[in-house]
Write a protein of this length. Structure first.
Lengths: 385, 257, 469
């Protein structure tokens, strides 16, 4: 059977499977926000099922949050609470604990809403917003210690160093495979589309990591032998805070317009798999080092602009892109500011890379304006080629 | 004793005369440009119908957008308080008032005595107000009454995605170009108004009995769309447009005593 | 017009003679005309009671003096250290000035909003400048940051030798401070703290205190490096203790206001005094601030003794959460016009709070600075804010609550629906109003539009009061 189809079938069944494990007392379900700031390894090592909350794109979910919050946080964070209000996405009702990384104010608000309006327990994990070195890393390690204790209390299982090591190895393998598949897109005929690749990342947040490793392994082998269709399409990199599961319109529109996305700098992508946790030494310190210091950054980090821009440009270079699509979620103030200076940086390059700026609040009305901009951008790139 | 409540809105001015606690007469006129003048005119018209004169009034309360430009009034009270009071007097079981006026809309929760418990208003944006319907009717070359009756025949309302009145107008144009049925477009527009007002109303919470006031309440298409949106039955008093002025008159009654 | 204006700001004739050239130079640089001075003077008199209250004139004058110092600091000082809104650490800068009296230390945004905003209503050009650059409309960027950049783009505020940035609070301000570094090449120090307190955690634990305190200490070291002299912990302590007098005088005013009927002082006037304390970073200015607040306190007492007030006696008592606009005294004035007594606010500043903090904080001045911060509910968690509002409401025997979300604030602007629900859960159906305005940018709203909501709320409150009695 087609591997992607296996993933689709698995995901369709996953909420049922999780619920069953939960009802039978086999596993606790521990949800967390994406962006790769919560080490899912610890959750796994405690014998719980890590569940990344990846859904988005629905205007109804955004609307539903408005009975609890005024408008001014990004649609993704509003939707994370809105899904609970609507009661339609089963993942959002079944977890036993929500681990909320306190990254930006938007997701912090969502954590507040869960804490205030629901009975679901919330554990906040403090994320240093600077590449702080010692002070920040130590604070994070303390936080991990508190998280470990909380998980132990929840599951009744001890998180031993051995279990943690095993979990780290497993996740390292998963990340390594994702990275390998990702790099296959460097070829002039990528064997997998970025849309499918991002879907794999979404799956990785929802699925059992053992299943994912198996799938990714077989997919990796499959794709290494494969060559994608020959296309006269400009190669694009997409960057932005989130491309949620369900928020595919930009990806689809780029494909429809004849563009080809080959790389992504998003929470449900590079931030998730680019770097691995060190295989030796104290596991908690290794986790802190990876999750706080050695990682691509989201724009809330301060300072972080130069490092972020360098990283995007490095990716752009490695993947030989002709253009960059900046897809930000409306009301995300830090991404908006970075966009201005990134555009400046691009213009100052010897060979400036063209960039298209898009934003969305998950409106229904989005498609038309987005389509026009994307089509124009792709046409321009085609003419340049 | 005789009192008057004068509600000068952005689009229409209304006066209600209460004599011995009963409605003795009322009048409605378009507001126009000169607020003090129209306030006086509509009050005189209502007085005529009530067989009274200005001197015979013991107390006058002004409300609405032009309440502070009604020089002959004894007091100015906001339309929120007045709509709450007026609706509750006409329908004592009122607990939620939704008022859609010419240029604003409000949702008010009231207690058993007609006092305001919570309110929210939209006066910054034309969407969800009478103005929206006016603009759209004009864009389709219809008057408001035809507009409403045609809407009721639309079986598959189009989804109008624009939040802005101006953009909705051009969206209507493209829907017509796409050969969508006129009644479906119009039903979609009414749904859009209900959607905006409904979202606002949910901020204060909906409690039965829901009463619909203001000029737009006479529009059966909006009423139906609003009922669907809120999932509650909605009651419309006999003369929804004068509820604000009635409330003002009731307050005048208390003050005049 | 200069003479009249400065007289309204309690400048003595000698001061006017001596300072006039500097004031003119600074006002020219800020783009202020004689017409602006005339209107500013009227605003001071009508909206802030500077005509009747010498204390208010003195407060306004101290703002003007510090503003002039800021604008001219480029030519008068070699080193300028700024606090960027809404950061902590002002006393670290104050201590720096104790060891190097020749440097300038200041709080540009707070000065800008109160002087160019509240007094002169001439913020628009600077806000637009920032807006037209990298903070466009449509994203709800905070006016605080638009001003900050506009002021630097026009060079009204000279470049900083060091900025202390609020990395421990919101995301936008520290990002814009990064722009100061990235584009203007100014050094920036970011405080760091993780706002990861769970709702049901006990108030301020050791871990959070230590982390923030370590950051404050780092700031102290960074400042020392920049000025080339060590800023010892003793000096920081000296700065902290030096401001006590100002805080006590301010507390006297807020306590008098909380109890008095009729309300003896406008909410905006009180807030101006509050922000004078916040914006005075130079220990050399502490004495004058204390004096101004003491005079005001005495005048307030005088009004109370004579039964004079800004609202009628028996007016409903209302709490304001969290602050009214820094750049427009008209909003709270509209509430007073509607007959409401804004007797207290959710914000920090009462003597009881300070005592509680002194209890919790340790001897180390960095601990004190961190501790004071971490015991302010607004800075920590929404559940605590609900608790504070509920306690304050009961204690103050209040009749209503007005919430003023700063519309673009991702930190506390959005919380108000939850706070309203939380407060009503404890207190029942008390009259509340969420009035969307803006703390900094007066273009976002009009007082007229707000008036209908304020008046409806006032009517609600008065009715509820009558039915209870």
């Amino acid at each position: 059977m087609d591997t992607m189809q296996r993933v689709t079938d698995y995901l369709r069944n996953r909420p049922v499977e999780l619920k069953r494990m939960k009802d039978r007392g086999e596993k606790k379900i521990v949800a967390h926000f994406v962006g790769d700031y919560v080490p899912a390894e610890i959750i796994y090592a405690a014998g719980a099922a890590p569940l990344g909350l990846v859904h988005g794109g629905d205007p109804e979910a955004v609307e539903a949050a408005h009975r609890a919050i005024l408008r001014y946080v990004c649609p993704f964070s509003r939707a994370q609470f809105g899904y609970w209000v609507l009661g339609e996405q089963r993942y959002y009702e079944m977890f036993d604990l929500l681990v909320a990384p306190i990254t930006c104010q938007h997701l912090r608000r969502t954590a507040d809403l869960y804490a205030f309006y629901t009975d679901l327990p919330v554990f906040r994990l403090g994320i240093p917003q600077q590449f702080d070195g010692e002070l920040g890393v130590n604070y994070f390690i303390e936080g991990l210690g508190l998280l470990k204790e909380r998980l132990e209390r929840l599951t009744g299982n001890e998180v031993t160093e051995g279990k943690l090591r095993e979990a780290i190895d497993l996740y390292n393998r998963m990340r390594g495979l994702l990275k390998k598949i990702s790099e296959l897109r460097k070829s002039p005929r990528p064997p997998i589309t970025t849309t499918d690749f991002i879907r794999l990342n979404h799956a990785a947040h929802l699925a059992d990591p053992n299943f994912m490793v198996e799938i990714l392994d077989s997919l990796c082998q499959e794709l290494s032998q494969k060559e994608g269709p020959k296309r006269e399409a400009p190669r694009l990199l997409i960057t932005g805070p989130n491309i949620a599961m369900g928020d595919y319109k930009v990806l689809d529109l780029v494909e429809e317009s004849g563009g080809m996305i080959v790389a992504e700098d998003i929470a449900e992508g590079v931030l998730f798999y680019w770097e691995n946790v060190a295989a030796n030494g104290d596991p908690m310190a290794a986790l802190a080092d990876r999750y706080v210091m050695r990682r691509p950054n989201c724009s809330f980090m301060r300072p972080g602009m130069e490092r972020h821009f360098d990283f995007i440009l490095k990716l752009a270079d490695e993947f030989a892109v002709d253009g960059i699509v900046w897809y930000e979620l409306r009301l995300c103030e830090t991404w908006d500011i970075e966009q201005f200076f990134f555009a400046e940086r691009l213009r100052e390059m010897d060979t400036p890379i063209p960039m298209l700026k898009l934003d969305s609040e998950y409106d229904v009305a989005d498609r038309g304006p987005l389509k026009t901009r994307i089509e124009t951008f792709v046409e321009t790139l085609k003419r340049r080629a | 004793m005789a009192v008057a409540g004068v509600d000068v809105g952005a689009v229409s001015a209304k006066t209600v005369i209460l004599d011995q606690g009963e409605i003795a007469g009322y009048a409605i006129l378009p507001t126009g440009y000169d607020i003090p003048k129209i306030a006086r005119e509509v009050t005189e018209l209502a007085l005529e119908k009530a067989n009274l004169t200005m001197d015979g009034l013991d107390y006058i309360v002004a409300t609405g957008y032009g309440r502070r430009s009604t020089p002959f009034a004894n007091e100015a009270i906001t339309e929120i308080t007045c709509h709450a009071r007026g609706a509750s007097w006409v329908i004592p079981e009122t607990r939620t008032v939704i008022d859609i006026g010419g240029q604003d809309s409000k949702a008010i929760r009231v207690d058993a005595r007609g006092n305001v418990v919570e309110f929210v208003m939209n006066d910054k944006c034309a969407a969800g107000t009478g103005r929206f319907l006016e603009v759209m009717a004009r864009a389709l070359d219809l008057d408001i009454d035809e507009f409403a009756s045609i809407s009721l025949t639309g079986k598959h309302p189009c989804r109008i995605s624009s939040v802005c009145t101006v953009f909705a107008e051009s969206e209507v144009v493209s829907l017509r170009a796409e050969k969508k049925r006129r009644e479906d477009i119009i039903a979609g527009l009414h749904k859009s108004v209900a959607n905006r007002v409904g979202a606002m109303a949910k901020q204060v919470g909906i409690e039965d009995l829901v009463v619909f006031t203001g000029g737009v309440a006479k529009n059966k298409a909006v009423l139906r769309a609003l009922e669907e949106e809120l999932g509650h039955e909605i009651t419309v008093p006999e003369e929804p447009q004068i509820i604000g002025a009635l409330g003002a008159a009731l307050i005048a009654l208390r003050k005049g005593l | 017009m200069y003479k009249e204006f400065l007289e309204t700001c309690a400048y003595t004739p000698e001061e006017i003679e001596k300072e006039l050239p500097r004031v003119k130079r600074a006002f020219d640089k800020a783009g202020l005309t004689e017409e602006d001075l005339k209107r500013g003077r009227e605003r001071l008199i009508q909206d802030l009671d500077a005509g009747d209250l010498r204390g208010m004139r003195m407060i306004a004058g101290l703002f003007i003096k510090d503003f002039v110092d800021l604008v001219l600091s480029g030519e008068e000082h070699e080193i300028r250290l700024y606090l960027q809104l809404p950061s902590l650490g002002g006393q670290v800068l104050g201590a720096a000035q104790l060891v190097r009296p020749d440097i300038y230390v200041g709080y540009p945004s707070v000065l800008g909003f109160h002087v160019l905003g509240s007094i002169f209503n001439r913020l628009d050009p600077l806000l637009e400048k920032g807006e037209n650059w990298c903070l466009p409309p449509g994203v709800a960027h905070c006016g605080c940051n638009q001003f900050k950049l506009g002021a630097r783009l026009t060079d009204m505020v000279p470049p900083a030798s060091l900025n202390l940035s609020a990395g421990m609070y919101c995301d936008e301000a520290p990002k814009v401070d990064e722009v100061l570094r990235y584009h203007f090449h100014e050094p920036v120090f970011w405080f760091n703290r993780c706002q990861d307190e769970n709702f049901d955690d006990p108030p301020m634990d050791e871990r959070h205190l230590k982390y923030l305190s370590a950051n404050v200490d780092r700031a102290r070291q960074t400042v020392s490096e920049v000025i080339g002299v060590e800023v010892t912990k003793d000096k920081v302590m000296e700065a902290i203790l030096g401001v006590e007098g100002c805080v006590k005088a301010l507390s006297r005013i807020t306590e008098l206001r909380a109890e008095a009927d009729p309300s003896p002082l406008r909410a905006a006037s009180c807030q101006l005094g509050q922000f004078l304390v916040v914006s005075t970073l130079s220990p050399s200015k502490y004495k004058q601030v204390e004096e101004a607040l003491t005079v005001l306190a005495e005048e307030v007492q005088g009004r109370i003794d004579r039964g004079e007030g800004v609202v009628e006696k028996g007016a409903p008592r209302v709490m304001l959460s969290y602050l009214t606009s820094l750049s427009n005294p008209g909003i709270s004035k509209a509430m007073e016009d509607a007959g409401l007594n804004i007797c207290c606010s959710e914000g920090y500043g009462s003597a009881a709070e300070w005592e509680r903090r002194a209890e919790i904080a340790k001897i180390d001045p960095c601990d004190i600075i961190a501790g004071v911060y971490l015991t302010s509910p607004l800075m920590v968690k929404a559940s605590w804010r609900i608790e504070t509002i509920v306690n304050g409401y009961r204690k103050g025997n209040l009749d209503g609550l007005i919430m003023l979300p700063h519309y673009s604030c991702r930190v506390f602007g959005n919380d108000f629906v939850m706070i309203r629900d939380g407060v009503k859960k404890e207190l029942g159906n008390i009259p509340t109003l969420i009035l969307e305005t803006d703390l900094f940018d007066p273009r976002y709203y009009t007082v007229e539009q707000s008036r209908t909501r304020i008046e409806s709320f006032a009517e609600m409150v008065k009715t509820a009061k009558v039915s209870v009695s």
